[in-house]
Design a protein around this ligand. Structure first.
Ligand code: NAP
Length: 333
């Protein structure tokens, strides 16, 4: 029996992953770590077969014990909480037939801009997770202090569980998880557009990130889980288990243009061309850490999932999802 231990089920990514897994494989047993009783009830309302583990990420003994019971652990609650990462690794230690999938983020590629305090500028660096896997490992290792979780998982080597790290870029679209369905960059920019009646980008807006729909991202998790369940031999784990997830790259100025066009066609702003540059301080008001999330380059090409897992991110378009997000944000004002 496939037993999955999932964190972050009440969140945007983890909720979508739970939804996708339960629909694709209702026979898989899922234990979900949830810290809040009311949210746990919502999860159970949507997915009654889930076993709730009522605990916080700091409850490392519980996390280790649940990981020991599982064949597959998906850590979608945090990309920074190293104590929980260590607890998962301890629970899976020494088991070659156990799997650990961790979500982190495409800001792994943002190091140079952060080092140089340079935001909104273009970069010609695109890292392909298949062809440039060694470069990606070097980048992770070059930032030991900022990429603590990525480094810890890479350093586990291949004597224990099989590991995969997913580095999502700009995730767009309204989620189907049972509690939180809102992403970060696009909703925050849409909200700022509605409040200021102009769509914003940082600096020259020329830096680019990958984009992926949240349901496409969840499909990638499902594909990895299926590969684990079927124990299909392929170079997708441990030092090869580094996955970008994208269906193209967008500059933040282009993102602002799409938001402006859609906000205008919905009647929220006066012109489809209402876009404006903002400075660093203003970007950090739009989103905490806006300089990184709106001003760096996160151009990681997702070849490994497409070529080796048959992952096809061909779902809802960016434009259509932006429109839905603007409508959702307007309803919250
Ligand atoms: N969304 C994006 O665009 C994006 C892109 C790349 C990477 N990421 C990273 O991926 C991770 C998940 O992102 P997300 O957007 O899904 O975040 P989210 O919507 O805020 O969800 C976070 C989830 O983790 C849970 N959680 C957080 N701290 C916890 C703790 N101490 N104990 C137990 N549960 C805890 C939350 O539970 P509660 O409901 O109780 O708060 C929630 O279920 C984050 O580290 C984020 O930085 C996100």
């Amino acid at each position: 029996m496939t037993q999955i231990f999932l964190t972050g089920a009440t969140g945007y990514i983890g909720g979508e992953v739970l939804h996708a897994l339960q629909h694709a494989h209702p026979d898989y047993e899922v234990a979900a770590l949830i810290r809040d009783k009311e949210k746990a009830s919502k999860v159970l309302g949507a997915f009654p077969k889930v076993r709730v583990v009522l605990a916080d990420l700091d409850n490392v003994d519980i996390i280790e014990e649940e990981s020991r019971k599982a064949n597959i652990v998906i850590h979608a609650a945090s990309n920074k909480h190293i104590a929980s990462v260590k607890a998962i690794a301890n629970g899976l230690a020494g088991r070659q037939n156990a799997y650990y999938i961790q979500v982190t983020g495409a800001s792994v590629l943002a190091g140079p801009e952060v080092d140089n305090n340079s935001y909104g500028e273009p970069s010609d660096q695109i890292i392909d997770d298949l062809d440039n896997a060694a470069d990606l490992r070097d980048i992770i290792r070059a930032y030991k202090d900022r990429r603590v979780v990525d480094n810890y998982i890479l350093d586990l080597g291949s004597s224990g569980p099989k590991t995969a790290i997913i580095f999502p870029p700009i995730i767009f679209g309204i989620g189907k998880g049972p509690v939180k369905q809102r992403s970060v960059q696009v909703p925050s920019l849409a909200r700022a557009t509605l409040l200021q009646r102009v769509s914003l980008y940082l600096g020259r807006g020329l830096s680019r990130w990958g984009i992926v729909h949240v349901s496409e991202l969840a499909d990638l998790f499902v594909k990895l889980v299926e590969n684990a369940v079927n124990a299909t031999p392929s170079p997708i784990w441990n030092e090869n288990g580094l996955f970008f997830a994208e269906k193209g790259f967008e500059s933040f100025k282009d993102v602002a243009s799409v938001i402006a066009k859609e906000a205008h066609s919905l009647g929220y702003i006066d012109s489809p061309d209402s876009v404006k540059s903002m400075n660093l301080e203003e970007s950090n008001v739009v989103i905490p850490n806006g300089s990184v999330f709106l001003g760096t380059n996160g151009q990681g090409r997702a070849s490994r999932a497409k070529k080796l897992l048959g992952w096809q991110p061909d779902g809802e378009s960016f434009q259509s999802a932006v429109r839905e997000t603007i409508i959702a944000e307007a309803a919250q004002l």
